[in-house]
Write a protein that binds this ligand. Structure first.
Ligand code: GLN
Length: 282
């Protein structure tokens, strides 16, 4: 089996399984297992692939054709230009969420204390800590919170791999959180329970259900975080949420009712509502 034949095999197998980006996924799996760059592939594509590489690649294609996400096979996802480890215990970082991080970055200052509620893989808080490091904000303090111990294990590993100074805390929302913060960021579970069944298999079956499920109206965690965050924000502290594209109005209203001001909804690169920001005044 040559590298080229392996790509053709993988692409056919994945497209037969209904995977839209079959050729891309076949290439990424080959690249992951062989370490071949695109240019090395063009030079050596017609050469025989070592048997053991073929066997691993073949098994990867088999797993991907069962709709296991590519990132669960490679074990990594790029986010904000950083490589994060992922597994079945965390939501795979989405590009949409970079929009939340980019907004939050604007409010980083030295001495600022930042909390990430529902941190999952830690991609948001680790990216913010990295940005603070880049800007020499030495006294900024970063904390990530999650209910899931397994998720926190992944987040801790990511912070360690990237040399980011972040503390992690296991807590059911704010239950074990102490202190006050200049900024609270969160990408909570926000999908309505009845919508989850209709999502693609990779998401529905392989992202953790508790990282997706926003309960009956999708707003369960926004309600809890908006209300409780008031006790954990300093005067003029900011609350920033990622939202589903149809939740801008509802989340803005929740924040307004809870005493937040300067509420703005920001759009993602696709032009969809993606982030809500508000300032707490009391
Ligand atoms: N944005 C994710 C998705 O579309 C959901 C993440 C969440 O619920 N916070 O699958």
């Amino acid at each position: 089996m040559t590298y080229k034949e392996a790509i053709t095999y993988g692409t056919d197998k994945l497209s037969g399984a209904g995977i839209a980006e079959a050729a891309i996924d076949a290439w990424l799996l080959l690249e992951h297992r062989t370490g071949l760059s695109r240019s090395a592939y063009f030079l050596h594509g017609a050469e025989e692939m070592p048997q053991e590489q073929w066997e691993i690649y073949h098994a990867d294609i088999e797993r991907r054709s069962r709709r296991i996400p590519l990132q669960h096979i490679t074990g990594v996802q790029e986010f904000m230009g950083l490589t994060f480890r992922v597994n079945e215990h965390v939501l795979i970082p989405r590009q949409d969420t970079e929009c939340l991080v980019e907004e939050a970055m604007q409010y980083l200052q030295s001495e600022c204390e930042v909390l990430d509620m529902c941190t999952g893989s830690g991609c948001i808080i680790v990216s913010l800590a990295e940005e603070a490091k880049k800007n020499k904000l030495k006294n900024a303090v970063f904390t990530g919170v999650d209910l899931s111990r397994e998720a926190l294990d992944v987040a801790e590993e990511n912070a360690k791999n990237l040399n980011a100074e972040v503390s992690f805390l296991q807590s059911d929302l704010f239950e074990n959180v102490k202190g006050t913060f200049d900024m609270i960021v969160s990408n909570p579970p926000y999908i309505r329970t009845d919508v989850i069944e209709g999502l693609q298999a990779e998401v529905k079956l392989h992202d953790p259900f508790i990282a997706l499920d926003g309960k009956a109206d999708g707003l369960y965690f926004y309600r809890g975080i908006v209300n409780e965050s008031r006790r954990y924000l300093k005067a003029k502290g900011r609350l920033l949420f990622e939202i589903g594209c149809d939740q801008g109005k509802a989340v803005s209203e929740l924040m307004e009712k809870a005493g937040f001001s300067d509420i703005v909804v920001k759009k993602d690169l696709a032009g969809l509502d993606r982030v809500v920001i508000g300032v707490y005044n009391c």
